[in-house]
Design a protein around this ligand. Structure first.
Ligand SMILES: *Cc1c(COP(=O)(O)O)cnc(C)c1O
Length: 497
């Protein structure tokens, strides 16, 4: 019999708990003349039945959602080394600042004169991002990294078409993030894939063979999805320059290099940053993000309109007079509160603090990689990883154990699993990103857990196949969960309430 307060006890849906007439809040009595909707909205087709909504008292409602919240793993509960996602701790200070009414309660239609403070935050953030990337101007419209990629590629297209030189292809290395080829295809480009060499870096000879006058540009994830810094960027940049192609820097992994090197100095024209990975907004969970795109001078005229501008008297306004702009990609000012958090984080750290953040992200990843290298070696051991690394669990296949089993067992040890089976170029990949915010004790505990699981794989492989066993639900059929989504509750057949 499950204990009622036990977060692992089965939790019925809010509809199953509904009882007719229960209410969580009471409205005051009507003190204005009643209007019959049939008169007021005579031309509007109205539903004749009220919607089927759950009816619960406030306490039952609070308990329901609090229990559900405890059934999930979160960064505030435990370590979350989900490679590529930078699941680091986001300081409460940024939350407190973004939650101030002066930012939080701004109406999206408020005129520019009334929101000079918010526009000032965006202007200062733009200065920071230009400084950190070594580029010229930024847009805050993209709502996430992939949206920023689409924006950047639309800028590529606008730039080339402006020169009467529409181009067909975009080059994407096979060690790029999966969103890169998707964004290029979505923008109407043919994707040319360039393989990695045996050292895990872009095969620049193969790149040379793939570049021609149809090349609009290259999208480079750096550090790449193996966590490796691409050491031949200068040569790539020269190859692009020779054919008039542009360079896109996928900066979602910016916590590895922030405050240390600037993509603009490496020849890149566009960088997108994942503010919701690098600068104090939690990633995941479906909340809003922001993927600002920072560009070189030659691409600035095409940025999404409007762009922030300053009058002679110092006041800020949105400049809509941008004849070469690719147009709008987001309503209003973008996801502003995410951007407020980012500036709070940047100011709190300062330039030196950001450089330290990057150093610690790299140190932590290498510390964990070293701690497990004899049981879960790097897939590409030729170069030292940066902020994340990809181990291979292929040696465990001899015991019938796969990377997924290792990940599921980690849940029983209280850790969120790493990213599995990505990138595709590593067999039985475990992509681990500890992030800079974890203590040495946490990293040690994680290393101990992984080593114990590898020992268990040889001694008792079935224990791994059965994992997780300490959670509200056990091993899920992930394929089925993804393919047969049931997102809406409906009364069971024959049930009339
Ligand atoms: C997360 C990530 C993206 C995509 O960002 P979203 O905000 O999830 O759209 C792109 N590239 C890399 C390298 C990433 O890690």
């Amino acid at each position: 019999m499950p204990v009622l307060g036990d977060p692992r006890a089965p939790e019925p849906t809010v509809f199953d708990k509904s009882r007719p007439g229960r209410r969580a809040a009471a409205l005051p009595p009507l003190d204005v003349p009643a209007v019959d909707p049939a008169d007021a909205l005579a031309d509007v087709e109205l539903a004749t039945e009220p919607p089927l909504l759950p009816e619960l008292g406030e306490l039952d409602l609070v308990r329901h959602f609090t229990r559900l919240s405890q059934r999930n793993h979160g960064i505030d509960i435990g370590f979350y080394p989900l490679g590529s996602c930078s699941m680091k701790y986001n300081p409460r200070m940024s939350e407190a600042i973004a939650g101030q009414p002066a930012f939080r309660d701004v109406h999206p239609w408020a005129p520019d004169e009334a929101v000079q403070g918010t526009l000032g935050v965006l202007a200062e953030l733009e200065t920071w991002l230009c400084e950190l990337t070594g580029l010229h101007r930024a847009t805050f419209q993209p709502a996430a990294g992939a949206h920023g990629e689409l924006c950047g590629l639309m800028l590529f297209r606008a730039y080339h078409e402006d020169r009467g030189d529409a181009r067909r292809t975009v080059i994407v290395p096979d060690s790029a993030h999966g969103t890169n080829p998707a964004s290029a295809a979505m923008c109407g480009y043919d994707v040319v894939t360039v393989p990695s060499g045996p050292n895990g870096l872009v095969d620049v000879d193969a790149l040379e063979g793939a570049v021609d006058e149809q090349t609009a540009g290259i999208m480079l994830t750096n550090p790449n999805t193996l966590g490796l810094f691409e050491v031949e960027i200068e040569r790539m940049s020269r190859l692009m320059e020779d054919v008039g192609g542009l360079m896109y820097y996928d900066g979602a992994n910016f916590n590895a290099i922030c405050g240390r090197v600037r993509p603009g100095r490496m020849g890149f024209d566009v960088v997108h940053l994942n503010v919701h990975k690098t600068f104090a907004t939690p990633h995941g969970g479906g909340g809003p993000g922001a993927g600002p795109v920072v560009v070189s001078e030659r691409l600035a005229p095409y940025l999404p309109a409007p762009v922030l501008a300053r009058r002679d008297d110092g006041t800020l306004f949105w400049d809509h007079d941008r004849p070469q702009s690719i147009g709008r990609l987001h309503g209003f000012h973008g996801n502003t509160l995410v951007l407020v958090r980012a500036l709070a984080y940047l100011l709190a750290h300062g330039g030196d603090g950001l450089a330290q953040m990057a150093a610690k992200a790299v140190l932590n990843a290498n510390y964990v990689a070293q701690g497990i290298t004899d049981v879960l070696p790097l897939g590409y051991p030729h170069h030292q990883p940066m902020h994340e690394f990809v181990s291979t669990a292929k040696a465990l296949k001899a015991h019938g154990v796969r990377a997924l089993d290792v990940s599921k067992r980690l849940i029983d040890h209280g850790f969120h699993p790493p990213t599995n089976y990505f990138p595709l170029i590593v067999d039985e990949a475990l992509m681990i990103e500890p992030t800079e915010t974890e203590s040495r004790e946490t990293l040690d505990a994680f290393i101990v857990a992984l080593r114990a699981i590898c020992a268990e794989a040889a001694a008792d492989p079935d224990a791994l196949h059965a994992a997780p066993t300490t959670t509200p639900v056990g091993r899920l059929d992930e394929g089925r969960a993804g393919r047969h989504l049931v997102l809406r509750w409906e009364p069971a057949a024959g049930d009339d309430g």
